[in-house]
Design a protein. Sequence first.
Length: 220
Amino acid sequence: MSDAADRLSDVRAKIADAATRAQRRGDDICLIAVSKTHDAAAIRPLIAAGQRHFGENWVQEAATKWPELRAETPDVKLHLIGQLQSNKADEAVALFDAIHSVDRSSLVQALAKSCDKADRQPQLFVQVNIGDEEQKGGCKVPDLAALLAEAKGAGLIISGLMAIPPADIEPAPFFALLDELAERNGLSERSMGMSGDYETAVMLGATHVRVGTALFGARG
């Protein structure tokens, strides 16, 4: 418990410091603890320390561990940060409070049907392939406006953009580009920044940071 609380306090302090340097409020940044591959026993100490937003990569994994954890702590919020298959849209809409990986027309249409059927809509982010990497999911930058228009036409409310910059390259220019794209398209939320670069992301406009290792510790 104390280790989890200490790690959480340290990350929150660094977010607050980065926000202050950017003349922002630390309380305006949502810290998402990336709990993918971690079991309930590893997650509970962070919940006990006050963390409430958690991120998962896979619908199936989340469905096996979160119903019990949410029964224990009903105010936990769950974010899907990994790629979503269109045939899992119904499950994702039922389980998650936010989906950060809307990235293609087929998924927009599947989510629109699922949201209508369930009469609920998670908070939605369009994932942008900010580094134009073939191996990564995400909408290509030139296709962003058309995808946002399609989502609006389908009745979906997109609140922001998400991106994962290329590895081993200075992330700041990519964060700045995502911030610019969100501004250009009238979107208020930016989901960007992970354990190694979340302070930079906060200084460049992140509203949601996705932190795993810095909260759960390095794997043994």
